[in-house]
Design a protein around this ligand. Structure first.
Ligand SMILES: O=C(O)CCC(=O)C(=O)O
Length: 326
């Protein structure tokens, strides 16, 4: 794999996206998942077509994937073994952009969701978008997670004139992201300089990501979207390492846009269990999420979790993992 060029200076985190990526984003905020401009790995054109949009350079071998998934499994979900090697597609128009459709089996997706949303969200060292506005004590040990909190649970607003937040509204509407490991400062667009004060990155997720993608997970943003939400075009340039960025989709389908420099860019349909890897030049690509499509959560995930049936039906969860330094 071609190494990424050196990271752009930190000040580039404040740069505005180029006009053509803004236009692509805007054009796909209303377009259907099936628009002809969308690269859909379940419906690739015939391989013989002259403008075939992808190259299949490599695979994750079945034994490697099986070992990674079985080490990650927990008591809630059974172990799934992988029968054949999993193809890694390179997107021809965006150098370094790779897509691994359908990588995570259903049991691994559910295990990952439980670790992220029951365990890691309950750890008060992992900040969320709500910590700036509400007093968010961790759920008491006998309750375990916010998903199991009694419906009368509310979170006190930090400002004297703010309204308290009921747990239902917190989970259904207001919770937008959680940070793991390196706690990204969204205002300064930086990680804290003193790494000794950071929570450890969850070891089991780190092991899963390193076995499948070979990066050392040091920070992650868990994005929680509802249909209608979007993520504006941006670049992730606050990390000092050139290691690839790994992005995993869970739940509802979405469109994901990526483009390098002033090259055209691509719009990819991402489904639950897909992974996108931004490596090489694409590590510093502009990217965005213009659409989250309601009604597209796979049937076997719609009732998840049993403690709050149906929550996942209206959500897309994206685990976005970064290596901060080498
Ligand atoms: O939700 C996604 O697929 C992408 C998220 C992302 O780009 C980010 O967290 O920086």
């Amino acid at each position: 794999m071609k190494a990424a060029p050196q990271p752009p200076p930190l000040s580039h985190a404040h740069h505005a996206p180029p006009a053509h990526i803004r236009a692509l984003h805007k054009a796909h905020q209303k377009s259907p998942l099936t628009a002809p401009t969308v690269l859909d790995f379940d419906n690739l054109p015939p391989i013989s077509s002259p403008s075939f949009p992808v190259i299949t350079p490599s695979t994750i071998s079945a034994p490697v994937a099986s070992a990674a998934f079985s080490a990650f499994s927990d008591e809630h979900e059974g172990v799934t073994s992988v029968e054949s090697d999993i193809p890694i597609y390179k997107v021809a128009s965006v150098p370094g952009l790779q897509v691994i459709p359908n990588l995570l089996p259903p049991s691994v997706q559910k295990t990952l969701l439980r670790k992220l949303l029951f365990r890691d969200l309950s750890d008060p060292r992992h900040k969320t978008n709500l910590h700036a506005h509400y007093h968010l004590p961790p759920p008491p040990p006998d309750v375990g997670s916010y998903f199991e909190s009694p419906p009368e649970t509310t979170f006190r607003a930090l400002s004297a004139d703010g309204r308290d937040l009921p747990v239902d509204r917190m989970l259904d509407k207001k919770l937008r992201w959680v940070t793991l490991g390196g706690q990204y400062d969204w205002t300064l667009k930086k990680y804290p300089v003193d790494s000794s004060s950071l929570p450890e990155f969850p070891e089991d997720i780190c092991d899963l990501v390193s076995s499948l993608f070979g990066i050392t997970s040091q920070a992650a943003i868990v994005n929680i979207y509802s249909p209608g939400d979007t993520l504006a075009p941006h670049r992730d340039v606050s990390e000092a390492s050139c290691a690839p960025l790994v992005s995993v989709s869970l739940g509802c389908e979405a469109l994901f846009i990526a483009g390098v420099g002033d090259q055209e860019g691509v719009v990819v349909r991402v489904r639950s269990g897909d992974a996108v890897v931004m490596s090489g030049e694409a590590r510093w690509a502009w990217h965005s999420v213009p659409t989250i499509a309601g009604g597209t959560c796979p049937e076997w995930l719609q009732e998840w979790p049993e403690e709050r049936r149906g929550w996942m039906r209206g959500k897309r969860v994206n685990l976005n993992v970064r290596q901060m330094w080498d």
